[in-house]
Ligand binder design. Structure first.
Ligand SMILES: NC(=O)c1ccc[n+]([C@@H]2O[C@H](COP(=O)([O-])OP(=O)(O)OC[C@H]3O[C@@H](n4cnc5c(N)ncnc54)[C@H](O)[C@@H]3O)[C@@H](O)[C@H]2O)c1
Ligand SMILES: [Zn+2]
Ligand SMILES: [Zn+2]
Length: 346
């Protein structure tokens, strides 16, 4: 059972671009309808790294980042329902209005008034000992606690595969073998895809993807289109002009290309590859709330399959070094978790 909540907590503050400092901050107080979560571990996401370096302009000095997280319910705000003290929960970081047409149809992730925990500097976030979030954004997690920190990126992959209509007949090509490409490939296997091939230039990433049980191709030395054979759905988990061109060339006439990678804000597209072969190009962003909950339920029972996704776990004191190594490329780790309560990890 959780012990008394302290008034002050540790938080990893983005003091300046390239500099994370572990500071004392007031522990958030859950508002009505909110739950206070004792953070166990939070994954370092590519978007946190870009926030850390300052290159994506979506994080600001002074803020606390972190949105891929698992924790334990430590206190309940007035009227917060559906959770009990001590329950392990994972966080859907998308906060939406709940009343617009997108929210009401179950697509809160594309609500025009969406705000994101870990992105918005005004919101309590997950690289800290505690986080307060609406009860509805927390989903019970019954599996190995560390795997809970993977649910958020896994849900991105699952939603992208569903957006592509992947089913048991699908022959799928995934471009990019980073955490999102890995999540996409795992989701396609979960959906029973007939075949899944992952294209990834980085040798360490290819090794990991192969260890996860997928066929891999090196786009630097092989013709991806040729290696792939007939492809019904290509999921681009890189998102630059070159990968979209590969995706469109490799996908059969009438097939689907899903753009989930966000490697560039503007890309050039081979237009006739879309028009003349009636390929469908669809976007995928985050996950519908139902897809997040579905991923949490599935991941809880897939611990052995998912454990290799975690490269290593560090303490908050080592987070600055971990971010620096990932940002400058000297560390080839795929997913590093920052554990705020390592004693609660398993
Ligand atoms: N749409 C969403 O909701 C969403 C959510 C999370 C992340 N993203 C985006 O997805 C992308 C992937 O995220 P990630 O965390 O896996 O990033 P990552 O940088 O860790 O992985 C990208 C991988 O692509 C590989 N790559 C580079 N060029 C390639 C090429 N030509 N062909 C094949 N692979 C190539 C890299 O070696 C790397 O392993 C990023 O752009 C990220 O911003 C989107
Ligand atoms: Zn993320
Ligand atoms: Zn809305």
């Amino acid at each position: 059972m959780p012990t008394t909540v302290p008034a002050q907590m540790r938080a990893l503050v983005l003091a300046d671009f390239g500099n994370l400092l572990l500071e004392d901050r007031p522990t958030p107080v859950p508002a009505p309808g909110e739950v206070l979560v004792r953070i166990v571990a939070t994954g370092i996401c590519g978007s946190d790294l870009h926030g850390y370096t300052g290159e994506n302009g979506r994080r600001q000095p002074g803020q606390v980042m972190g949105h891929e997280t698992v924790g334990v319910v430590a206190a309940l705000g007035d009227g917060a329902t559906g959770h009990a003290l001590g329950d392990v929960v994972v966080l859907n970081p998308n906060l939406a209005c709940g009343t617009c047409a997108r929210c009401l149809e179950g697509n809160a992730h594309i609500c025009a008034r969406r705000r994101v925990i870990g992105v918005d500097p005004a919101i309590s976030s997950a690289f800290a000992d505690y986080l307060a979030a609406p009860a509805a954004n927390l989903v019970p997690f019954a599996g190995d606690v560390a795997v809970g920190a993977l649910v958020e990126p896994l849900a991105v992959g699952y939603h992208a595969a569903l957006r592509g209509g992947v089913d048991a007949d699908s022959r799928v090509l995934v471009l990019g073998g980073g955490p999102i490409g890995q999540a996409v490939a795992i989701a396609c296997r979960r959906l029973g895809a007939a075949s899944v091939l992952v294209s990834e230039p980085h040798p360490a990433r290819r090794t990991l993807v192969a260890q996860l049980g997928f066929a891999v191709v090196d786009p630097g030395t092989e013709d991806v289109h040729e290696a792939a054979g007939t492809i019904d759905v290509t999921i681009d988990a890189v998102g630059v002009s070159a990968t979209l061109a590969t995706a469109l060339a490799a996908t059969s006439a009438g097939g689907t290309v899903v753009l989930v990678g966000m490697g560039a804000p503007t890309v050039e597209l081979p237009a006739y590859a879309i028009s003349t072969a009636e390929r469908t190009l669809v976007g995928a962003f985050c996950y519908a709330p139902a897809h997040f909950a579905d991923t949490a339920a599935w991941a809880a029972g897939a611990v052995a399959e998912l454990a290799p996704l975690i490269s290593r776990t560090v303490g908050p004191e080592q987070a600055q070094a971990a971010f620096a190594g990932l940002a400058d490329g000297s560390d080839s780790a795929s997913k590093i978790l920052v554990a705020f309560a390592p004693d609660l990890l398993n």
